[in-house]
Design a binder for this molecule. Structure first.
Ligand SMILES: [Zn+2]
Ligand SMILES: [Zn+2]
Length: 422
């Protein structure tokens, strides 16, 4: 019998099992003309749908695709290119495109989510999930958190410190979820954007359960630098601190596009990273709950037929949907209970405190396995284990040096630790 990651108390409605679960593909970090993206929202959503995605969350900065928003032709062209309107008209027709004024004074009204979702969702083969990038700031750095399946706008709450801002926004989202009875996932975006969030802060804000571990925007320092840990290292450190010292649940890792640019130029393009959620229904509440439960993996190209964690046998098994002529290497990483968790303070040249330096024991490489069916048998002393599959196939639109396609599974083997303390 397959026993999946322990199911945790979740926020709202009950999961309805409409059939066998399948893996649904979705991107939950996307920008449009509603904030600083350079394309109309329905053009973006159509792109994702055509590429085989099952769901999409538009996550504009501190705004939902609601109400009346007009954009001047000058602004549209300067962001989207000289033929932006022609392409929009070509795709959706003049009956759909709402304009006012003429020539240089022409303005276009952005269609709302309520208006454009119908056309995309009518065959029940695609879903829009209303979402927002709550874009806060504290201590001079960005604190951005994506609220997936939000029902009403939440303006950034702010806070005297990064940690406080995170906690305050988490509280506001939990309050809305309670009030509406709808589950919301609030994930911390790009911790290394502006090197805003250290591993220690991420560990300490235990209400936060999700963090971006790959983001397709090339400006968010996924790999860190000589002063700063990589995002994956931050993930391992934070999870180790939580499980070893705080008796708290680990964070689940999310891959996203953070796409802004849709015309083949510009830096943050769509299609670079996504999540695959194991789900039996194309429904926003159900998908959000499955993400809450950690029943998903992140990908930048590698597809898994299955991720099986048998907690009784202590075995993590992956079935890779292998492509012809491509080889796969899986690294199992984790931290053991006997690991050296000591750390040294680290400061940058200008005196800023950053993620501390830990031994190699934290997020240690526990095993390397080649092939399409990598497995790891837990020895019993692991705080958690996770798998990273790296393929030999070059990434389709890389943001990192020599980047090949990857997949990241969630930490497993920790359920006893946190359950004991709940
Ligand atoms: Zn952001
Ligand atoms: Zn963003």
């Amino acid at each position: 019998m397959r026993i999946f990651i322990v199911l945790l108390a979740v926020l709202g409605s009950a999961l309805v099992n409409a059939g066998e679960p399948v893996w649904l593909k979705g991107n939950i970090h996307t920008h449009s003309f509603w904030s600083d993206g350079n394309q109309f929202p329905e053009m973006i959503a159509s792109w994702y749908k055509e590429k085989g995605y099952d769901f999409l969350a538009l996550t504009d900065h501190n705004i939902l695709s609601q109400g009346e928003k007009w954009m001047s032709i000058t602004a549209l062209k300067s962001r989207g290119g000289p033929d932006i309107l022609e392409k929009y008209l070509e795709a959706f027709g003049k009956d759909w495109v709402i304009t006012r004024g003429e020539a240089d004074r022409l303005e276009v009204r952005l269609r709302t989510l309520e208006e454009f979702r119908e056309g995309l969702e009518k065959n029940d083969d695609f879903l829009m999930i209303q979402s927002e990038e709550i874009s806060d700031r504290s201590e001079g750095v960005p604190v951005h958190m994506n609220a997936t399946n939000i029902q009403e706008l939440i303006p950034p709450v702010g806070g005297a410190t990064v940690q406080e801002a995170m906690s305050n926004n988490l509280r506001a989202v939990a309050e809305q979820a309670r009030k509406t009875g709808k589950p919301i996932v609030l994930h911390l975006n790009h911790p290394n954007f502006g090197y805003a969030v250290t591993a220690e802060i991420l560990a300490a804000v235990v209400q936060e359960r999700f963090v971006e571990i790959y983001n397709g925007h090339p400006g968010v320092n996924v790999l860190g630098d000589e002063d700063h840990a990589s995002v994956e290292k931050i993930w391992d450190i934070a999870n180790t601190i939580r499980l070893a010292q705080l008796s708290a649940m680990p964070l689940f890792g999310i891959g996203t596009d953070d796409s802004h640019h849709y015309h083949g130029r510009g830096t943050s393009r769509p299609g670079r990273s996504w999540i695959m959620v194991r789900c039996s229904q194309l429904d926003a509440d159900v998908i959000t709950e499955k993400i809450s439960q950690g029943d998903f993996y992140s990908s930048s190209g590698v597809i898994l037929k299955d991720v099986i964690f048998n907690s009784k046998k202590g075995k993590l098994e992956l079935l890779i949907d292998a492509e012809e002529g491509v080889t796969y290497t899986t690294h199992f990483r984790g931290t053991t209970k006997t690991a050296d968790l000591s750390s040294k303070e680290k400061k940058t040249a200008n005196g800023k405190t950053v993620t501390r330096i830990y031994s190699e024991d934290v997020g240690a490489l526990l095993a390397t396995v080649s092939g399409n069916n990598p497995t790891y048998e837990l020895k019993g002393d692991e705080l958690y284990v996770r798998a990273i599959v790296t393929s030999s196939k070059p990434h389709v639109d890389p943001t990192l040096p020599q980047q090949t396609e990857q997949a990241w599974t969630q930490p497993v083997g920790w359920s006893d630790n946190s359950r004991r303390n709940r």
